[in-house]
Design a protein around this ligand. Sequence first.
Ligand SMILES: *Cc1c(COP(=O)(O)O)cnc(C)c1O
Length: 476
Amino acid sequence: MTFNTLSIEKSVPGKRGIKFPSAQKPSKYLKASSMRQKTPNLPQLSEFDVIRHFTNLSRLNYSLDTHFYPLGSCTMKYNPRAYEVLAGLENFTSLHPFADVSCAQGTLEIMYNLERTLSELCGFEEFTLQPAAGAHGEWTGVLVAKAFHAANKDAARTEVIVPDTAHGTNPATANMGGLSVINIKSGPDGCVDLDELKKHLSPKTALVMLTVPNTAGLFEKDIKKIAEVVHAAGALLYMDGANFNALIGLAKPGDWGVDILHLNMHKTFSTPHGGGGPGAGAVGVTKNLAKFLPCPKVVKDGAGFKFAYDKNSIGRVKAFYGNAAVLVKAYCYVRQHDENTFKEISENAVLNANYIREKLKEIFPAYFDKTCMHECVLTIDKEKLRGVKTLDVAKRLLDYGFYAPTIYFPLIVPEAMMIEPTETESKDTLDKFIEAMKQIFMEALQTPALPADAPRCTPVKRIDEVSAAREPNLRW
Ligand SMILES: *Cc1c(COP(=O)(O)O)cnc(C)c1O
């Protein structure tokens, strides 16, 4: 089947879709000079040809709806369709952003309740729902930290300490927030090295940003001690909680001494994502930081809800009140679950990642040989595998009908494969994936050309990814 033939190449002169009758008399409204004189050079195809063409194109996509998608750190899990239906109710979608609060009470109540539930789940005083993405939440947190230090007449704090196991967005957003970034090396166990951290803490430290679980898929076992030393140095502790499906219902970061936390609604809290669609990066803070959060905030006012402003606030970070539809879906999610089922979610996310790690350890060992959280970071022995690299394994997985894991990240792990199965995959799917990985390992030993030339079964074979990203050719 020639999937990738563009419609222009399929054009046959004279073929067409709908034929409209020609006008009976000249239009009163259109001047002759505005009318097209020549027929445009468009592909000539029947409607049926066009439908087949685009349907076939759409089926070339790997997606969560069609394939297991273990892309580490992205939490590509199943999100109930019912939430889409609810978020699509006309009451939400037709609400005008400038509608008076008296006409928006239902939506405001949802925002208020969601904010309260997230605060409860994470052990914080307040949350803002405004930021549109995880990185946007981080940036909001950085501004809150700066506002806090400025209010304490401590504006000389201009540095952020970020360990090498942080998500890439952490140093980037700290930088965009106007602070300078100090990178520190992790210990041999893949966690923050307390002595290394202490060495870099100073009266200039504004913030320490930790990704928990970190990008090695590990829990920061010393988190409480880290919070102590950070506070003793007069700095604040930020936690990137984008992958909170490893912790939800199990632990409250507020209890550990974390001051600022962001969550990705479009990972843990049930909004499908990828391709740059709308998201939400809610940010929670402790009591002493609450007044700096973005405004307006939704507050309860007698029996109703209204917007409130605070002169200490860092201001608005997003038009209106953030991505409301994403927040409605998050609300559906938190309403569907309770303490026990949240706990089950994180236990299953952790169990699934450890199941894969255990089952593959003889052939693709985990870089840090210990229990992981929601994802495991495996590596390969290139010598044993006759030169077959992580990239080859990832490409070969496509031939077996699986999306590839995140590869070559985190940077501290050579030949890294970061596999995040998520809590919603069945054991049956995990077993099929493990089987495919075993097959690829055997191929690497016996017929290394097979993985080295993969993918073979996709419509486009191995591409030069750098040129594809830098010089995309999206037209004929
Ligand atoms: C996805 C992710 C982010 C960034 O979230 P965006 O919504 O893509 O900006 C930050 N940190 C971690 C740990 C993540 O997994």
